[in-house]
Design a protein around this ligand. Structure first.
Ligand code: IPM
Ligand code: MG
Length: 371
């Protein structure tokens, strides 16, 4: 047993060194899209219904940005090879030549990618968040008729995820690690408070389980309040994740929330709950933002059942189109983002997987007529 403990301690030492090196290498220079001369948008198909819905999103982008594409200030580039077949064949979450293409872009629009259960192949999402240092996962949820207008800032590169495939096992016992760093917390907190300030919000809920995860969530909370001190017009209030999941089901109470700031795993869980309140995970868009790169995606998966039934063409592109609007806003194409959001809200056509009859392409034809 001593031998096993020594092995585990050795592994732990290496993890600590790696994590300190990660923090030391954190880049803090931000891409300024308002002045950048050319912006390259990479479109990644993904698996299952991915190619169907991203093709529609690419059509919309090409229409909204037609002038800029013609003038050379925007390029929409197809990125191929992030498929489950290729990833399995190479045994890599993101094959190197695909990662190279990805890194040649500024922002990415990504279809869902398959994550095999078990085995050793890591999720392409998690790998991309790490490789591009996409530390802020921003997920808006809005239900105007219920007075719900929420924005979630989920820390996206640390917490329970960063060493999720690197736990240690001893005979009869398994241990996973959770990592929270000062810099990693400060940057996500700043993103949340900046968003609140720039959007006229007055309340940020800091959601953790700091009564139990004393070191990591304790740090997360403490740093969130340090950052909050720079935003005196905004109230920062602490909540525990368990009661917050209950609060979101309380129709009265939940209306008071505006911006949420959370460590990775709590953010993962609560954003599915919030999306369900909005109408299902298929209705939500998600932005993964770093200082250099950003990636935008639908929250739903690859819908293998739809593909098996031969109904892939009827997949609902609404979620990836919401992500497209988030992308446009991120690169400061505010007018195009507004037009797309308005058209999405007004589009009367429903695809077959959403109770209507249209294909993804027919839905998008109708949407584009409204742009
Ligand atoms: C999400 C997903 C991912 C996550 C999975 C696909 C790895 O649930 O984006 O919320 O756990 O972060
Ligand atoms: Mg999730």
């Amino acid at each position: 047993m001593n031998h096993a403990i020594d092995g585990a301690a050795q592994a732990f030492r290496q993890l600590l060194e790696e994590q300190l090196a990660r923090v030391a290498a954190m880049n803090t220079e931000k891409t300024d899209f308002s002045s950048k001369k050319t912006v390259t948008i990479g479109v990644i198909d993904g698996d299952g219904i991915g190619p169907v819905i991203t093709a529609q999103a690419a059509r919309v982008l090409e229409k909204l940005l037609a002038h800029e594409i013609a003038g050379g200030s925007v390029e929409v580039r197809k990125i191929r090879g992030l498929t489950i077949e290729n990833r399995k064949a190479q045994g890599k979450a993101i094959p190197s030549e695909v990662l190279e293409q990805i890194k040649s872009c500024d922002v990415l629009l990504k279809g869902p990618t398959e994550t095999p259960k078990g085995g050793s192949l890591e999720s392409a999402n998690v790998a991309m968040r790490r490789e591009l240092d996409l530390y802020a996962n921003c997920r808006p949820v809005s239900v105007p008729e219920k007075n719900i207008d929420w924005m979630f800032f989920r820390e996206n590169t640390e917490g329970e995820y960063v060493l999720g495939s690197r736990g240690v096992e001893l005979p009869g016992m398994a241990v996973d690690f959770k990592v929270t760093t000062d810099l990693g917390t400060r940057r996500i907190a700043r993103a949340a408070f900046d968003y609140a300030r720039n959007n006229g919000k007055t309340h940020v809920a800091v959601v953790t389980k700091a009564n139990i995860m004393k070191k990591t969530d304790g740090k997360f909370t403490a740093i969130a309040h340090e950052v909050a001190a720079d935003y005196p017009e905004i109230t920062a209030e602490d909540y525990y994740i368990d009661i917050m999941t209950a609060n979101l089901l309380d129709e009265k109470l939940r209306q008071q929330f505006q911006v949420f700031l959370l460590p990775n795993l709590y953010g993962d869980i609560i954003t599915d709950e919030a999306a369900q309140i909005q109408g299902g995970v298929g209705t939500a868009g998600s932005a993964n933002i770093g200082d250099r790169y950003a990636m935008f995606e639908a929250v739903h998966g690859t819908a293998p059942r739809l593909i098996q039934q031969g109904l892939g063409d009827y997949a609902n592109p609404a979620s990836i189109l919401k992500a497209t609007a988030l992308l446009l806003r991120h690169i400061c194409r505010t007018d195009a983002a507004d037009r797309l959001e308005k058209a999405l809200a007004a589009c009367p056509v429903r695809v077959a997987s959403d109770g209507g009859e249209a294909t993804a392409a027919e839905y998008t034809d109708a949407l584009m007529a409204l742009l």
